[in-house]
Design a protein around this ligand. Structure first.
Ligand code: ADP
Length: 543
């Protein structure tokens, strides 16, 4: 039997595709490993037990060692690694944190220092996450470290300079604070908090508390001024009383300015407050002392003046009385001695003239010398008077408003004397509003009316109680008043050819008005009749 023919069977498998796939896989692996080495961070891998199994090139280059280079006999690779390259101050903490994550499977994140190949420690931010299989079992840990040393140093330097700035701010003997652009309190320095007896525990409430510490009489004005500054961007500047931690109100001066960005938009307000109570009190005492001195010297000169008038007038009057008696005797004699009586009458006339001279001299004291008069703008005198009285007005919580008509003609006056008139009238107005609870405003208004310039000073006090008597010398309703102010004012104004009078306002308050002629010739205003100065006629006016 013939053997069946032996046949060779062959298969040929096309492995080209397989080779190509392997090649592609290798290529991708190479790419991946290049990528891993190029990542600007240190990548590493741990087994589920924490055994380091891979460091990328960056990490090897940074540390100057590879995965196995830190192995120590009798020590886990992880412990040996931590001991070798982690800063001794961070090592224990890091080992604990890693152990904890390996046991619990939680993500790892920590800032610590790693030793670079040159021995220099640098701050790193290290993070690691576990990779799990489908069953949730951890199969690897992958970690990444970032070099944050420069950032940490910058932060530290910033913290240090902030600390120094804060130290400086708290050491300065002023209270420093800031507002947001909307006016919300955003910062108060420690010195201020200590002064006010507050803690910054609850800053939200603090803003309200700080408001409450302003004296009730100053609070609404402070709030109004601040609100206006926030609206307009104007500098806030004000004197007000604040309650210190011991409950005592003390005068302070606050000033706050806006900080703007390049477009001029306000980004924050920065303010300082200084306790000026001692200075204010010293000023007050000085002012009191000055006032007392002025009053004393006024009283002394008035007493002297009265004594000398009395003395000078009484001599000729005594002579008049004596001579009259003598004259009577000569006339009633039998026969009457007319010649002697006439001589005595001459003596009487001489004595009476001497008395009239004394009175004339006293008048001359009040009559002003014309030489010191110059043409000047009343508006500037009024502004000067306001400035001179500003401090007293602020102390009495009175606002002085000025209203001046444009292009007023000059008046020829003695500057000092008209200033004296203005100050007297302003002071009377301020004093009149002493008991007013609110609405303390003094208005000074200058305008032209025909041939005169009228200055009006209106207050919102109770008005004038004795209108018929206020211009009388020595008439006063004040405990410490002299009653000479208005009499002197009237005499000054009249000596300038002007008029001074007063009117009561509706519903309350008083207005003192003086009219001075525009014309330098000084023709007395009375020649033009009451209307020429805008003064109401006797029948019309109440005062
Ligand atoms: P003194 O101020 O010393 O009393 P004045 O001659 O200046 O002297 O004033 C006389 C009086 O006129 C005052 O005591 C007061 O009664 C009254 N008087 C003056 N100014 C006003 C005013 N603005 N409002 C109400 N009364 C006033």
């Amino acid at each position: 039997m013939a053997q069946p023919d032996k046949k060779w069977l062959g298969t040929s498998i096309d492995i080209d595709g397989c080779r190509q796939t392997k090649e592609a896989l290798r290529e991708r692996e190479r790419e991946l490993s290049q990528l891993i080495d190029m990542v600007p961070g240190q990548l590493w891998r741990l087994t589920p037990d924490g055994e380091p199994t891979f460091f990328n090139r960056q990490m090897v280059d940074f540390l100057g060692l590879g995965v196995g280079d830190t192995d120590r006999p009798g020590m886990s690779r992880l412990d040996a690694f931590v001991q070798a390259v982690v800063h001794p101050d961070d090592a224990a903490k890091m080992a604990d944190a890693l152990d904890h994550c390996l046991v619990t499977g939680e993500d790892f994140s920590m800032r610590h220092r790693l030793r670079r190949a040159d021995g220099v420690y640098r701050w790193m931010l290290c993070r690691a996450e576990p990779m799990r299989d489908e069953g949730g079992r951890i199969v690897q840990w992958y970690g990444l470290c970032h070099d944050i040393d420069d950032q940490m140093r910058a932060e530290e330097a910033l913290r240090r300079s902030e600390g120094k700035l804060r130290e400086l701010i708290d050491a300065l003997p002023v209270h420093i604070w800031s507002w947001t652009p909307k006016g919300k309190l955003s910062y108060v320095n420690k010195r201020c908090l200590t002064y006010l007896g507050l803690s910054e525990a609850n800053f939200e409430d603090l803003a309200g508390v700080v408001q409450e510490l302003v004296h009730p009489e100053d609070a609404s004005e402070a709030q109004r001024t601040a609100a206006n500054c926030i609206k307009t961007g104007d500098v806030f500047r004000m004197r007000y009383r604040r309650r210190r931690r011991d409950g005592v109100y003390r005068w302070s001066e606050g000033r706050c300015e806006p900080l703007r960005d390049q477009d001029g938009k306000i980004v924050q307000w920065y303010g300082v407050t200084v306790d000026i109570d001692d200075a204010v009190r010293a000023q007050e005492e000085l002012r009191h002392a000055r006032e007392n001195l002025a009053r004393a010297s006024q009283a002394a000169s008035l007493a002297e003046l009265s004594a000398s008038i009395a003395h000078e007038v009484s001599q000729p009057l005594t002579a008049v009385i004596t001579s009259s008696n003598v004259c009577q005797r000569w006339l009633t004699a039998e026969p009457p001695n007319i010649e002697r009586a006439l001589k005595t009458l001459e003596r009487i006339a001489r004595a009476a003239n001497a008395a009239a001279d004394v009175v004339g001299r006293v008048r001359a004291l009040f009559r002003q010398s014309v030489e010191t008069r110059d043409p000047m703008a009343l508006a500037s005198l009024v502004a000067e008077a306001r400035d001179l009285m500003a401090e007293e007005a602020a102390r009495r919580r009175v606002r002085i408003d000025i209203e001046v008509e444009n292009e007023l003609p000059p008046v020829v006056v003695d500057r000092i004397q008209v200033q004296q008139v203005l100050i007297n009238l302003v002071r009377n107005g301020l004093e009149a509003m002493e008991s007013a609870a609110s609405d303390r405003v003094l208005r000074m208004c200058v305008r032209r009316l025909g041939g005169v310039v009228r200055t009006e000073i209106s207050d919102r006090g109770p008005g004038i109680e004795f209108p018929d008597r206020i211009f009388e010398p020595f008439f006063t309703t004040k405990g410490h008043g002299m009653g000479m102010g208005l009499a002197i004012c009237r005499s000054i104004v009249e000596s300038h050819g002007g008029q001074l009078w007063a009117e009561n306002n509706e519903p309350h308050g008083a207005t003192f008005i003086f009219a001075l002629p525009v014309d330098a010739t000084m023709a007395p205003l009375s020649q033009g009749g009451p209307d020429s100065v805008g003064r109401p006629s006797d029948a019309e006016r109440s005062l």
